[in-house]
Design a protein around this ligand. Structure first.
Ligand SMILES: Nc1nc2c(ncn2[C@@H]2O[C@H](COP(=O)(O)OP(=O)(O)OP(=O)(O)O)[C@@H](O)[C@H]2O)c(=O)[nH]1
Length: 323
């Protein structure tokens, strides 16, 4: 392999070359016209291309997949400013796409790489070459990605009711509070519907707890289907649910309630050859500036729900604040 970077003595040259070759890091040395002066063993092993095949070849002609204008800009800045430059795997997962051979992270789709561009000065002190160091950071990248995925999963779990997949009470109430705060600034109406399954204890007593659970799950699916993705559906307690209908006044909310009643009327939950049917009692309250807190809003909708129960169940009661 011939290298014409400097007038380094032969001994020193061989020592350095040996070091460069055994390095577990990729090294490419480019001249000012982006021609390859060195392609070390790491690069040979991972690219399948030998130094002799690439020596004095233009990097961008040999690797058209490289983003030429972006990389030239980076390399030129290193020549001009005599400063190091870095590219992390978060910015670009890899410099050149190599297979990942890491046994611990065998499911990595490719080798993640961090890259450092370093100015190389000749004995005269002029910067005539740039070194591109390529580090295999697959383990770190995969570890970080797994951690981020686990954090997202944990966050979702902390917001979700396990049985139904709806928002749990804590998160749902925080959505309601946000909506309440939003209403103080922009007067777009919203409505709150509190929903309770009638005689649910009897469902459990007759069909067992798993039968009751199946009813809760199927109702949750319907609640999600009759609402918009911008609405917020939560499990408030055992067999009580809350729907925040964002941007709907009490009148518009009634059309959602009608859709919900129709779906529940026509639903038969089949559980181990038993057909389970049920009805809902509901309370509806539109948001109001007279409420001091979102809790007051829930309280009024709960009162409306209580009246539906008192009046014989399977119905909706609307109570709005007097402005
Ligand atoms: N299967 C099941 N049952 C639950 C769950 N959470 C609460 N429950 C049951 O829900 C029932 C609620 O009973 P009650 O509060 O008396 O209400 P109800 O029987 O629906 O009567 P009304 O609301 O007055 O119509 C109780 O039997 C609880 O054990 C749950 O996660 N799964």
């Amino acid at each position: 392999m011939s290298i014409t970077i400097s007038d380094t003595s032969i001994d020193e040259f061989h020592l350095q070359l040996g070091l460069l070759q055994t390095l577990d890091v990729g090294l490419i040395i480019l001249d000012q016209t982006y021609h390859i002066n060195l392609w070390n063993t790491f690069m040979e092993n991972h690219s399948g291309l030998l130094h002799t095949q690439l020596y004095k070849k233009n990097l961008f002609e040999r690797f058209p997949e490289l983003s030429e204008s972006w990389l030239k800009h980076k390399i030129d800045a290193v020549f001009l400013l005599n400063n190091r430059s870095f590219i992390t795997w978060e910015q670009k997962p890899y410099f050149l796409k190599f297979k990942s051979y890491r046994p611990l992270t065998s499911d990595a789709p490719y080798m993640y790489q961090n890259v450092t561009l370093i100015p190389l000065s000749s004995p005269s002190g002029k910067i005539e070459h740039v070194g591109i160091l390529i580090y295999d950071v697959t383990d770190a990248a995969m570890g970080r990605q797994a951690l981020e995925a686990a954090n997202i999963k944990l966050k979702l779990q902390s917001q979700t009711d396990q049985l139904t997949g709806l928002y749990n009470r804590g998160f749902w109430e925080s959505c309601l509070q946000q909506e309440f705060d939003r209403f103080a600034r922009t007067p777009l109406p919203s409505s709150l519907v509190m929903i309770d399954i009638d005689h649910f204890k009897k469902v459990n007593d007759t069909y067992g707890h798993p039968g009751g659970d199946e009813v809760l799950r199927q109702l949750a699916t319907i609640l999600t289907e009759v609402t918009r993705t911008t609405d917020r559906v939560g499990r408030y307690g055992g067999e009580e649910f809350g729907i925040l209908l964002v941007g709907s006044d009490a009148y518009q909310a009634q059309s959602v309630i009608t859709r919900l009643q129709q779906r529940v009327d026509s639903l038969t939950v089949n559980h181990y050859n038993h057909d389970i049917r049920f009805t809902l009692s509901m309370g509806l309250t539109e948001i109001s500036h007279t409420f001091n807190s979102h809790e007051q809003w829930i309280h009024m909708a709960d009162q409306a729900l209580y009246q539906s129960k008192q009046n014989g169940r399977n119905q909706v009661t609307i109570i709005n604040a007097e402005e």
